[in-house]
Design a protein around this ligand. Structure first.
Ligand SMILES: Cc1cc2nc3c(=O)[nH]c(=O)nc-3n(C[C@H](O)[C@H](O)[C@H](O)COP(=O)(O)O)c2cc1C
Length: 379
């Protein structure tokens, strides 16, 4: 399997470039019998575009989803599903200037060395954030499968440019408010501060980063494939495959290094005849397996590398020092667009692991294995 595919049972292969003809995805291994149409995918893809124009890049792609295969009479057939969007709003001239002067912080320099200049550099080519459109399209299908199993995946911005969410939000608030906010933060007061921070950076020709948190609820204990395909490792790999992600932590994460065992361990209790942990410092994963507690993972997103502020770089043709003001249409903060991408990425990994464990049947409507069977049969 090449490096453009991920998953063992729910195999996702993404294709396309930022300024090529299209960006798309082929999903092999999606169970047959799932009701699916363009709208199911479109509504997830639309989450990548906060309505407030000042917050995101000025590139305005219509991104109308087309399903090319794998669906018959409104249901998945079990055959590979190919979904794509066409690139229409392409302005490549802005990138001529940077062909030989790599943008600091972007993939231009290592990509040119690796591919000897054969790579499509326009708009960052394969290294563009636009590639994550494919992640969201595959994630939309994964989320529909998770819904059948009663699993919900919700991501939201908890920090942007140093402005942090100050209180924990209920799942209900996160569900209702995240996508109503231009920065994808469910706390409206904090969202306003975050927005101001982004606009301030933009005005100065600069950019800011932030943190996206993701919660997957209702995942049964015991999901994961140790040793090398353990749940946290698979999630971390997928999340690090999102451009601009520089850190991944579960539960208390790096803070665990500063706690005593007695503080960090999540004690068990019996509640209404069920085993539960009192705290969730582990973030829902123990020994590479889901613990039955919500899976809580956070990703650190770096500030957008393409900034109009002057930076030092090199002219690779003349082997001379020079400076660069990056032109083109760029996000002053990647976080708002990254929120649905994180959600989709977590959903894809969970579906792959549930299929591997036999917890989602290969043909829906046929009796499933395990506790998810009741839920699946009803649908
Ligand atoms: C949704 C999304 C949108 C992005 N938009 C931009 C952008 O407008 N300009 C830019 O320079 N980088 C953008 N990036 C980040 C670059 O693609 C990324 O920093 C680059 O490929 C280098 O990879 P690395 O940061 O993972 O090392 C975006 C990333 C994501 C996930």
């Amino acid at each position: 399997m090449g490096s453009n595919s991920i998953g063992k049972e729910f195999v996702v292969t993404c294709f396309g470039e930022s300024h090529g003809r299209c960006v798309g995805v082929v999903i092999d291994g999606c169970p047959a019998g799932l009701p699916l149409n363009e709208e199911d995918i479109q509504k997830e893809l639309d989450k990548r575009l906060p309505k407030k124009e000042e917050i995101v890049s000025a590139r305005r792609e219509e991104d109308a989803v087309e399903i090319l295969s794998g669906i018959y009479e409104g249901f998945t057939t079990g055959a590979p599903i190919c979904v794509l969007v066409w690139n229409k709003e392409v302005i490549s001239d802005d990138y001529d200037a940077i062909r030989h002067t790599p943008r600091p912080g972007h993939a231009d320099y290592p990509a040119r060395i690796k591919y000897l200049g054969f790579n499509d550099h326009r708009g960052g080519g394969r290294f563009s954030g636009r590639i994550t459109v494919a992640f969201v399209m595959a994630g939309a299908i994964a989320k529909k499968l998770l819904e059948l199993a009663g699993i919900e995946v919700l991501a939201y911005a908890t920090e942007i440019g140093g402005v942090k969410m100050r209180s924990t939000q209920s799942l209900e608030d996160i569900r209702e408010k995240t996508y109503g906010s231009s920065v994808r933060c469910p706390d409206p007061k904090v969202a306003v501060e975050m927005e101001e921070t982004i606009l301030k950076a933009k005005k100065m020709g600069d950019s800011v980063g932030g943190v996206v948190e993701c919660v997957a609820s209702n995942v049964l204990a015991g999901v994961g494939e140790p040793i090398f395909d353990s749940l946290d490792a698979e999630l971390a790999k997928m999340l690090f495959d999102i451009p601009a992600v520089k850190g991944v932590e579960f539960g208390v994460g790096f803070e665990a290094a500063r706690l005593k065992g007695s503080e960090n361990n999540d004690s068990y209790v019996i509640r209404d005849g069920e085993i539960e942990a009192v705290t969730n410092n582990a973030g829902g994963v123990l020994g590479g397996l889901s613990s039955g507690m919500p899976i809580v993972v956070r990703v650190a997103v770096k500030p957008t590398p393409s900034i109009s502020k002057e930076q030092k770089t090199v002219d690779m043709l003349n082997m001379a020092d020079t400076t660069i003001h990056v032109k083109g249409r760029h996000d002053s903060c990647i976080v708002p667009k990254a929120v649905p991408v994180v959600e989709a990425s977590v959903a894809m990994v969970l579906v792959d692991q549930l299929l591997r464990a036999g917890l989602i049947p290969k043909v829906l409507g046929v009796e499933a294995v395990g506790e998810y069977s009741d839920v699946t049969e009803e649908d």
